[in-house]
Design a protein around this ligand. Structure first.
Ligand SMILES: Cc1cc2nc3c(=O)[nH]c(=O)nc-3n(C[C@H](O)[C@H](O)[C@H](O)COP(=O)(O)OP(=O)(O)OC[C@H]3O[C@@H](n4cnc5c(N)ncnc54)[C@H](O)[C@@H]3O)c2cc1C
Length: 487
């Protein structure tokens, strides 16, 4: 039976795990990255959420990835808002009743994608939104191949797909060793849990957060009086492609034409890929509680049926969609929210609304400005922010565990804060900070709890990670260089 000793073991290769592996690999750590799926990318690729929404803080590794992808044709682009259901035409009718139509704008640059805060709301601020809100859609397959190739080029990084652990040796607050599903034993002084539900931390029996916390738990005015099991809705994303043959595609037998699971079909966010196809994201396909109650196969089939009915509705109600054909749905559901850890510090609504100028944390390792954004349930909505806020390093440290960080949407966030900070680029930046922290810890012989935080922050800024607002001139200059032939 093989045994392997590494500097760092990372579980899960979604946005967080990819950021962690690239950061640690570049710093020369001997890394093992384990991903249970056959492909890398998690939500942002396997589930087709291949759009980095606009927002502060998407510097560092996300920009490095952007520059590498820019070298390939139709791999990555920047969008502008073309039409939106909340905005009116001159004659007073809605610009786009099905939802949002976001199209590639070749005049835009990556720098244009790095701000969201400042709007009262999307509905009230059309001019602001058109000026500042530009996301980054990309081809998931090209992203997966590019990231895999980059990691494979790093001599000390081992990427194992279709692999996970079956057993965790955990004692005295430390993970000592993992047994993989093939029987192999692997160990490292440090671990990063980048799974979507912090499964590694759960395996060690730690307390988890789930659903909405009560107002009193973290002093959050926007939280309900009592806790609830509510979680954000899930979406099965599908792809449509322009076609010259106009027609309404046949709805497979047994699927109803009307919306059977709610009063009316939901809205959708439709984002153009660089090659002209569209990514269609119903908001949402299924409520979070419903998703949690069903078994995975049934839930996927039900979401597929709903998305087929939805496509039929789009084609019959809005004839412009008759010039498109459906080219398939993604292989797994996009899940916004499950479990979160109890961390040394829990990011809360107060952090998100106070913003960088009012927060007093000495250990900020990423910034973000996405609104508090709830999909589905009785109280959906989006509360925009007036400034970016910071995420402290302590949000990644599970309480009572010494050699593990959580760099994923399962980090130490309240439900409200998670609804803001969960974006893919933010998760990648948490990964970048965690991978870099493992390097600092190894180098200094210190634990995560006792880490030299100024050193971590200096290293992140050297890697062009933005930790303050406005963007420092040195980072702005770096991000201004869209192409770099040496990469
Ligand atoms: C429908 C939808 C739309 C969204 N829209 C946007 C958007 O427009 N822009 C944006 O920026 N964000 C968006 N988000 C949010 C964003 O996509 C996610 O929050 C983010 O990608 C999560 O990244 P992650 O690394 O935390 O987790 P994930 O991407 O879920 O990665 C976790 C990884 O861990 C792996 N894993 C799990 N368990 C194990 C195990 N035991 N062993 C090994 N591997 C394991 C999984 O297979 C997966 O690859 C959206 C989310 C959804 C669901």
């Amino acid at each position: 039976m093989k045994e392997g000793r590494f500097d760092l073991i990372i579980i899960g290769a979604g946005s967080g795990g990819i950021g962690a592996a690239i950061a640690a690999g570049r710093l020369g750590l001997k890394v093992l990255l384990l991903e249970k799926n056959s492909r890398l990318g998690g939500n942002a690729a396997v589930s087709g959420v291949s759009v980095w929404e606009m927002g502060a803080g998407g510097t560092g590794i996300p920009f490095d990835i952007y520059r590498r992808m820019k070298k390939e044709r139709d791999a990555i682009g920047i969008y502008s808002f073309n039409r939106h259901c909340a905005w009116k035409n001159e004659n007073g009718t809605s610009q786009f009743p099905p939802g949002a139509d976001l199209t590639i704008d070749p005049t835009l640059r990556y720098l244009d994608s790095l701000r969201r805060f400042g709007a009262r709301s999307l509905k009230e601020d059309e001019l602001f939104v058109r000026k500042y809100w530009h996301g980054v859609p990309f081809e998931p397959g090209i992203y997966q191949n590019m990231v895999k190739k980059w990691l494979d080029q790093m001599p000390d990084v081992t990427v194992r797909t279709s692999e996970t652990y079956s057993d965790v040796a955990y004692s005295d607050s430390r993970i000592e060793e993992l047994t993989l599903t093939n029987g192999e034993k692997v160990s490292a002084p440090f671990y990063i849990d980048s799974t979507d539900s912090a499964y590694l931390v759960q395996s060690c029996g730690r307390e988890m957060l789930f659903g909405q916390e009560s107002r009193h738990r973290f002093d959050e005015p926007g939280a309900p009086e009592t806790p609830s099991r509510f979680v954000n809705g899930v979406s099965l994303i599908f792809r449509i492609r322009p076609t010259e043959r106009r027609r309404v595609e046949e709805l497979p037998g047994g699927i109803g034409k009307d919306c059977w699971w709610r009063d009316a079909f939901p809205l959708a966010s439709m984002v153009q890929y660089p090659n002209g196809d569209y990514n269609v994201n119903m908001l949402p396909t299924m409520d979070g509680q419903e998703y949690m109650e069903w078994d995975p196969k049934t839930v996927y089939q039900e979401c597929k049926n709903r998305s087929l009915a939805y496509w039929h509705y789009l084609q019959t109600e809005f004839p412009e969609f008759q010039s498109y054909k459906r080219v398939g749905e993604f292989l797994s559901l996009g899940v916004r929210e499950t479990h979160r850890i109890v961390a040394e510090y829990i990011l809360t609504e107060l952090d998100v609304t106070t913003g960088l100028n009012g927060q007093k944390h000495p250990d900020i390792i990423a910034i973000a400005d996405h609104p508090m954004d709830v999909h589905g349930g009785d109280n959906p909505g989006c509360r925009e922010l007036s400034s970016p806020y910071g995420i402290p390093f302590r949000c990644l440290i599970p309480e009572g565990m010494e050699n593990v960080l959580v760099a994923s949407r399962a980090g130490g966030f309240s439900s409200i804060a998670a609804s803001s900070c969960r974006l893919s680029r933010t998760m990648m930046q948490l990964g970048q900070a965690a991978g870099t922290a493992a390097y600092v810890a190894l180098d200094s012989g210190r634990s995560f709890q006792d880490l030299d935080i100024p050193k971590l922050q200096d290293l992140l800024e050297d890697q062009h990670v933005q930790l303050s607002w406005p963007m420092p001139g040195r980072i702005r200059k770096h991000i201004g260089k869209e192409r770099c032939d040496s990469e």
